[in-house]
Design a protein around this ligand. Structure first.
Ligand SMILES: [Zn+2]
Length: 132
């Protein structure tokens, strides 16, 4: 609900994060070059370059994390658009049409709520079952 955005599937949301990190990294490095041009401060330039590099590394870690999550994600057929989409956890949102999806029959028909996944975190042993 942050920034007034529409709900998106978890994998898509993390992907957006990773992408914005790359842009932040490029912007910080660009800023470092501009500042160096005006101030000729080697220290400032090194600092911005370091922050930019760290943001790049972080984005790569996030992309790697997406890859890890994708292997754990379950492919389900969306009841709304009939397309196959990957979902994470007990409740997620269709990547194509933003339809709320759930693997838990007790949650079916209910509005999507991020809290369902927090409950799942506390009950890690409970494996989500695929519904056909
Ligand atoms: Zn869908």
């Amino acid at each position: 609900m942050k920034f007034g955005k529409k709900p998106a599937s978890k994998i898509n949301r993390i992907r957006t994060w990773a992408l914005s990190l790359i842009f932040i990294a490029m912007f910080v490095m660009y800023l470092g070059v501009v500042l160096f041009y005006f101030t000729k401060s080697q220290l400032l330039f090194s600092l911005f370059l370091l922050i930019g590099t760290l943001a790049f590394i972080l984005s790569f870690i996030v992309y790697f994390w997406i890859g890890m999550l994708s292997t754990r994600a379950i492919t389900v057929q969306c009841p709304n658009c009939n397309q196959y989409t990957k979902m994470l956890g007990r409740a997620d949102i269709c990547a194509r049409c933003n339809e709320p999806l759930t693997l838990d029959p007790s949650l079916a028909g209910k509005a999507f709520d991020e809290d369902y996944n927090n409950k799942r975190k506390s009950k890690k042993l409970e494996q989500p079952r695929e519904t056909k």
